[in-house]
Design a protein around this ligand. Structure first.
Ligand SMILES: NC(=O)c1ccc[n+]([C@@H]2O[C@H](COP(=O)([O-])OP(=O)(O)OC[C@H]3O[C@@H](n4cnc5c(N)ncnc54)[C@H](OP(=O)(O)O)[C@@H]3O)[C@@H](O)[C@H]2O)c1
Length: 338
């Protein structure tokens, strides 16, 4: 194959916020495959907040990315060559691959075929994949949200938050959200079924929560940590549940003192951090379950798609700053299903 394979590699570990200088593009020949292997033409590359944590030499809950290597990421693609009987040319697949145009896969055990009848193939790494399942684990399995409860979701329009809020609404809860722009606030109210939403950049979370849930909070789905989490801790009801999904406000460093953490004791609240990797048992049954919710109109979903592999670093940096509405993906080649 006489094509080039563009790869997006990590050039340097960021100090503070990631910048374009932390990435470099590299051209390689498209790899040849051997017996048992497949070649995937990558179509959608995922940009996720956890990537900021892995852009470091240290080891968090996952190992840091290697300098000079293509960034590992969830990818949706299509098999263009197969020397493995389990996969045929033309199959749509997803797996943990790399930010590059073509991936030679020697070990296909984790490669999953996508059922295109469930929705757009990009959904395999958004609402029907990791971010959607993360919302389900936090809101249903951990928080066990119930009808009549008051639920608050931060990063309410995002890949995870938008699903978490709608799952709570479908369970019969009153759902409050926070987001970083007035357009996002409108999007939550008009498209995502939130009952009330505030812009945390123009109104301090403590004041907004007093205004929107004066009776207190039963469930807080935490995506951001920091000032928002502290404001919630001061306003939880007895036996509140706080699934701690992420703390994106803290990923560039800093640290925010939680003055109200003692309230967890007095209110007999449950605060539980979780990582999706520990909840993969029924991942294969999840897409059908969520697709059924979407057909019933319980969950609407928005992929936020940026085009061209050269724009991948900017797409990630922008998402970390908040310029995405829904799941941030980069489309790097033609999606024949759209
Ligand atoms: N535990 C797990 O296994 C797991 C799995 C997936 C994701 N997560 C976590 O879930 C959270 C959401 O991830 P996602 O993939 O759905 O991303 P996302 O919400 O689609 O995108 C990130 C959003 O974070 C918000 N944000 C950025 N800086 C912020 C700040 N300083 N304060 C408050 N909000 C800020 C921005 O929205 P605004 O414009 O609204 O600020 C931005 O759009 C992240 O914390 C992520 O690490 C955890």
């Amino acid at each position: 194959m006489a094509l080039e394979n563009t790869q997006v590699c990590l050039a340097a570990y960021p100090r503070g916020a990631a910048t374009s200088d932390n990435f470099v593009l590299r051209q390689e020949p498209v790899p040849e495959i051997a017996s048992g292997e497949v070649l995937v033409r990558n179509i959608y590359l995922s940009c996720d907040p956890y990537m900021r944590g892995r852009m470091s030499g240290g080891v968090g809950y996952a190992a840091g990315f290697s300098l000079g290597e293509p960034i590992p990421a969830r990818v949706v693609g299509q098999i263009v060559q197969s020397r493995n009987p389990a996969f045929s040319e033309g199959d749509f697949v997803w797996d943990f691959l790399r930010w590059e145009n073509f991936t030679r896969l020697k070990d296909v055990r984790a490669l999953r075929k996508i059922d295109p009848t469930l929705g757009p193939i990009s959904h395999a790494i958004s609402v029907l994949g990791m971010p959607g399942r993360t919302a389900e684990v936090g809101m249903i399995d951990i928080a066990q949200v119930k009808a009549g409860e008051t639920v608050f979701v931060s990063a309410a329009t995002g890949a995870v938050g938008s699903v978490a809020g709608q799952l709570a609404k479908a369970a019969g809860a009153r759902v409050i959200g926070s987001a970083g722009t007035d357009d996002k606030v409108r999007h939550c109210l008009e498209n995502l079924r939130y009952d009330a939403v505030f812009n945390y950049r123009s109104e301090p979370p403590a004041r907004a929560l007093d205004r929107l849930c004066p009776e207190g909070i039963d469930v807080y789905f935490d995506n951001v940590g920091g000032e928002t989490l502290d404001a919630v801790l001061a306003r939880i009801k007895p036996f509140a549940r706080i699934p701690v999904c992420g703390m994106i406000s803290q990923y560039d460093g800093g640290g925010y003192p939680l003055r109200n953490a003692g309230n967890v004791v007095g209110k007999r609240a449950m605060m539980r951090g979780f990582i999706i990797y520990d909840h993969m048992q029924d991942f294969d049954t999840y897409p059908t379950r969520m697709a059924a919710r979407m057909r019933r109109g319980e969950v609407r979903y928005f992929d936020d798609i940026v085009d061209d592999i050269e724009n991948t670093p900017a797409a990630l940096i922008g998402m970390l700053r908040g310029d995405n509405v829904g799941k941030r993906l980069v489309r790097i080649s033609d999606d024949p299903t759209r």
